[in-house]
Design a binder for this molecule. Structure first.
Ligand code: PXP
Length: 247
């Protein structure tokens, strides 16, 4: 029997920049945080360049790309200005997400069915620039079918609803079924949003996962124990992936 695949960890460092922006200082440095993630053994770095630049800024994403110790996954809306930056920056990966200015954080998956026409233009442009595109979607078969039709190799399942109420069995079931469905469509399956050390147990029961993207809880923990330790603690939990999981 094949040994279970190692579940990878992408660390979203947006909130390191949130602390910096709160005072308009030049510290703490997202780059130093990324270095800590690399030393701890994380697999990639995610940064969301929002239209309002509330945390990560243009200089950060260029610096992270040039730093290059871990691949950069650029989270982005399909706003023309951000797409232009992505095409210039050429990160190895980009995850397309919905964005509303008044939201505290990304509130749900991108409705790829509604935005199909815009995505039909943006995805090929990004792919032609050598960027591997992922779509952040709800665990919904219609969204996954549309993602596959749009020709992306990868989706990220929105785990936020489940993570807020981990007792919600229906949402857990939806995630498990969506992962199976996406895998059957030949898509790489990532997942993220709202994951922390206390709710990750249920996430580890989702089959076919390649990467978990985790931000807020790791950065929050890093304030107390340091980035390297916070990432190591999470990686330690990921090591249990594959044991007794639904297939
Ligand atoms: N994945 C996506 C697509 C996101 O938008 C976010 C939040 O920026 C995350 C993962 C990380 O979520 P959290 O900060 O809640 O761990």
């Amino acid at each position: 029997m094949m040994p279970p695949k190692r579940l990878k960890l992408g660390v979203n460092i947006d909130h390191v920049a949130t602390v910096r922006q709160a005072r308009g200082t030049d510290y703490p440095s997202p780059l130093e945080a990324a270095d800590g993630c690399a030393r701890a053994g994380a697999d990639n770095i995610t940064a969301h360049l929002r239209e309002d630049r509330r945390h990560i800024g243009d200089a950060d994403v260029y610096a992270l790309k040039a730093w290059g110790k871990l691949p950069l996954n650029l989270e982005m809306a399909i706003a023309p200005e951000i797409v232009r930056i992505a095409l210039d920056l050429r990160p190895p990966e980009a995850c397309l997400v919905p964005e509303r200015r008044e939201e505290l954080t990304t509130e749900g998956g991108l409705d790829v069915k509604t935005h199909r026409a815009a995505l039909g233009d943006t995805i090929p442009a990004l792919q032609e620039a050598g960027i591997r595109v992922s779509l952040f979607v709800e665990p919904d078969p219609v969204q996954l079918d549309t993602a596959a039709e749009l020709g992306v190799p990868c989706v990220e399942l929105h785990t936020g609803t489940y993570c807020r109420v981990p007792a919600a069995e229906q949402e857990h079931k939806r995630l498990i079924e969506a992962a199976r469905h996406a895998h059957a469509l030949g898509l790489q399956v990532n997942a993220g949003h709202g994951i922390h050390l206390d709710n990750i147990g249920g996430i580890l029961h989702i089959p076919h996962l390649d990467t978990l993207n985790i931000g807020h809880s790791i950065v929050a923990r890093a304030i107390l124990v340091g980035m390297e330790t916070a990432v190591r603690e999470m990686l330690e939990r990921l090591r249990a992936y594959g044991e007794g999981q639904a297939s």
